[in-house]
Design a protein around this ligand. Structure first.
Ligand code: BG6
Length: 493
């Protein structure tokens, strides 16, 4: 891999994401030999810290949150020497000026104009200021070497996403902007491409001739926890559907890229979103279900309802659950329903894609039709990480009886300690590979797909807000949505 000396600048280094994900990921990359020989992580925050106290704080977080606890003191102290804490006030231009000096000094120290990576792990309302100042104070000057990383939310709706993209493109080239959707860094999500395009067996069946329906579930057991005030201004549609579920959809539904190259893959993904049929506002009730969790029990503990959560407006109309159906109007998918559901405080953690195939034609086993169940392919993204193909087999015995059986590929068996999404994604940024990041047009298109739903729910109050007890699989209306076409949700527990 590339060995370019690099300055990594983390805005929001004392924040939650940095503590849980970013520093553990950098450290794991370091332990496994993926970091460049020369690098420094300039860690920017408002809190008072010295390099020492910040180092201790990071070590504690690594103990708490890293997948990997197998390292020596010597390894830690080598890594710690690479971290500098920089007290920083985003609202003060002087801070940018000093940062620029500090980065230039580092470049002279190692006699190299380092690559510069700016990670904006900050609230969305600060992005404009930071983005402008990076340009104004000439921290980002080299169009290849300098990159910025942005976290979601990328806007609040289509108009604000366009605004954000414009503002970024005033200061940076598109190839310098890395928009993170951490689902794309998950091993099992990336594997969808390998599964589909490195095998000859599945692609010929991957269309409306053989596939009956597709469902994508991202269910979480956690509620909104300490994020009530952020979440209440977002909701499941913005927080999960617009990004993570749409991205999974793209991986499942895209046309084969002509070559494994970032621009090609991103084009093919954008094409999927363009082909998603927009639902008319007046039809939203028929295609979508929104709901909030009420009091219930999860893992033997009482859980308060959404409206009682700290930070949530007691009269809130924000959904914590969404189920929806839609169609992709292209030759491959014409007529195949795609279902999506996601929610907080549900019965189990489950992210999965289920491809349900059509029934076999009515010949050979026509007298035993009731024994047949259609083939199903389940891609479990997390916490189970496997691919399961279920097909019919003969039941051992003297007569011809059939039963469904499973063939399973388990990720854990081949690699029990798979890298975290953030490790993959940070390494890609270090190497300048944008394949797994979202391009501006994709983000805007994904907002466009949900914009009528936002409008129907928020402006016209179409589709009644349902409820579901915490610890359940969502409201009845979600099951009804599928039942109408003879389908049902597949839940792993
Ligand atoms: C984030 C959402 O993007 O993804 C959270 O903002 C959600 O609400 C999280 O909990 C889920 O990520 P993961 O990796 O735990 O499935």
């Amino acid at each position: 891999h590339k060995q370019t000396p690099t300055s990594i600048v983390v805005f929001g280094a004392t924040g939650d994401l940095a503590k849980r994900k970013l520093f553990p990921a950098f450290f794991n990359l370091f332990l496994e030999g993926w970091m460049p020989e020369d690098f420094t992580i300039f860690s920017l925050g408002r809190k008072e810290h010295t390099d020492e106290t910040f180092g201790e704080y990071i070590l504690e977080n690594i103990h708490n949150f890293s997948r990997n606890h197998d390292f020596s003191e010597a390894q830690w102290s080598q890594f710690r020497e690479k971290i500098r804490y920089v007290p920083f006030d985003i609202k003060n231009d002087q801070s940018f000026y000093s940062l620029k000096k500090e980065l230039d000094e580092y470049d002279s120290e190692i006699a190299h104009r380092t690559d510069r990576i700016f990670y904006l792990s900050i609230a969305p309302n600060f992005i404009e200021n930071v983005s402008n100042n990076l340009k104004k104070y000439e921290l980002v000057k080299d169009r290849i070497k300098d990159r910025i990383i942005i976290e979601k939310p990328f806007g609040y709706d289509k108009a604000s996403a366009i605004h954000l993209n414009n503002l970024l493109s005033n200061n940076f080239e598109e190839n310098q902007i890395y928009r993170i959707d951490h689902y794309l860094g998950k091993e099992t999500v990336q594997n969808i491409l390998a599964f589909r395009f490195a095998n000859i067996m599945f692609e010929p069946l991957w269309n409306n001739k053989y596939i009956d329906s597709i469902q994508i579930t991202v269910a979480e057991k956690v509620g909104v926890e300490e994020r009530g005030s952020y979440y209440d201004g977002a909701g499941a549609l913005r927080d999960m559907i617009q990004n993570h579920l749409m991205q999974i959809l793209c991986m499942v539904a895209m046309e084969p890229p002509s070559v494994f190259k970032s621009s090609e893959i991103r084009n093919k993904k954008a094409d999927v979103l363009k082909s998603v049929r927009r639902i008319h506002v007046e039809d939203i009730e028929h295609y979508t279900v929104r709901a909030q969790y009420t009091q219930g029990r999860i893992d033997g503990h009482d859980k308060v309802g959404y409206l009682e959560e700290p930070g949530v407006n007691p009269g809130s109309k924000t959904e914590t659950f969404v189920a929806m159906k839609f169609y992709i109007d292209n030759e491959r998918w014409n007529g195949v329903p795609f279902y999506m559901r996601t929610g907080k405080s549900m019965a189990a953690k489950q992210s999965s894609v289920v491809i349900s195939f059509k029934e076999v034609p009515d010949d050979t086993f026509r007298n035993n039709k009731s024994m047949l169940s259609p083939n199903k392919l389940t891609i479990n993204i997390q916490p189970e990480m496997d691919i399961k193909l279920s097909f019919m087999a003969k039941k051992p015995g003297l007569n011809m009886k059939l039963k469904p059986v499973d063939m399973v590929f388990d990720f854990f068996e081949c690699s029990p300690n798979t890298p975290e999404a953030y490790e993959t994604l940070l390494l890609d940024v270090l190497e300048g590979d944008p394949t797994l990041f979202m391009r501006s047009d994709q983000v805007e298109e994904a907002w466009d797909v949900i914009s009528n739903i936002q409008e129907a729910w928020e402006r016209f109050d179409i589709a009644k807000m349902q409820t579901y007890p915490a610890g359940s699989w969502g409201p009845e209306a979600s099951d009804e949505l599928l039942k109408r076409q003879g389908h049902y949700w597949i839940s792993n527990s």
